[in-house]
Design a protein around this ligand. Structure first.
Ligand code: SF4
Length: 281
């Protein structure tokens, strides 16, 4: 039933195909990515969501490699995927090499080698090899790819988010399970198992899926492409309550322009470190 509903209008590009868009009159609309970024650092949130002039290599890379993955999954879903690695190489070349001239102009300069254009190109090649290996090793049926959802999470707040990939997987036991998948393209030492289990974007994806489709059972899976590993997370009502409280708090802080941030170890992994004067105050 869920599968049918989800697949129904797969081929349209409408962002809200799975549910009717909600009436947002007199409501606050916030995306879960904004909430997560604000929790990471309010200054980071401002750079990413308020300062559209600041585009950096990490953001560009993330978008390009995810678009490559989505093209692969869509082609797979449509039954057109043949030479899987060849397809990925072509897509990655198209996404990264072709956009080079434009990106060179837009990208924030960074002195770090890991942020160089060629370093990201190589990282992307490694990522597509790993992604192909991971996807080829699992028996799966794609259901939806890169689809937005929205849900009234609190009486005055509408939460938006994106399901990157929902699939039906055949387990070794022969059983089938629906999985909500998040693809992590680049390893990050701050994304520990604890951080993964408490990743607010995953909790939101699970909550929205549960509320909109009322499934009897499903799993939330995080695929770490760089390490070729998958992790299954489970969430309880307590996690969903924390999610709602966090969203309410972030909305209150943003509305009241409350910005309390301190430079700490996370700054060394922050793509805005070159623009952020907080590091030097
Ligand atoms: S460098 Fe640190 S304080 Fe500045 S935006 Fe990044 S995480 Fe926040």
């Amino acid at each position: 039933m869920i599968k049918k509903e989800l697949q129904k209008e797969r081929n349209t590009n409408d962002l809200y195909i799975l549910t009717e868009p909600l009436d947002t009159t007199n409501k606050i609309v916030i995306d879960i990515e904004e909430v997560a970024d604000y929790c990471f650092c309010p200054q980071y949130y401002r750079f990413k969501h308020n300062n559209t002039d600041t585009i950096n290599m990490k953001t560009l890379y993330d978008k390009a490699i995810h678009r490559t993955f989505y093209s692969y999954l869509i082609s797979f879903q449509e039954g057109k995927l043949k030479n899987t690695l060849g397809f990925l190489k072509y897509q990655w070349g198209k996404e990264w090499i072709k956009s080079k001239s434009k990106s060179n102009l837009l990208v924030t300069p960074s002195s770090l080698k890991r942020d160089s254009y060629d370093e990201k190109r190589r990282l992307g090649i490694k990522a597509i090899f790993n992604f192909d290996e991971i996807m080829s090793s699992e028996k799966q049926i794609p259901i939806v790819i890169n689809h937005k959802y929205e849900i009234e999470i609190l009486p005055n707040i509408i939460l938006r988010g994106t399901w990157e990939y929902i699939r039906e997987v055949t387990l070794e036991t022969g059983g089938k399970v629906i999985q909500i998948v998040k693809i992590l393209s680049e390893s990050n030492r701050f994304y520990t198992s604890h951080a993964r289990q408490n990743d607010i974007t995953l909790v939101a994806d699970a909550y929205a899926f549960m509320k909109l489709f009322n499934p009897t059972y499903f799993q939330v899976v995080n695929i770490d492409v760089s390490n070729k590993k998958s992790f299954i997370s489970t969430y309880t009502e307590k996690d969903f309550d924390k999610l709602k409280q966090t969203i309410q708090s972030v909305v209150t802080c943003i509305q009241n322009d409350i910005n309390c941030w301190t430079p700490d170890i996370k700054c060394y992994n922050c793509e805005f470190r070159n623009d952020c004067n907080r590091l030097f105050q």
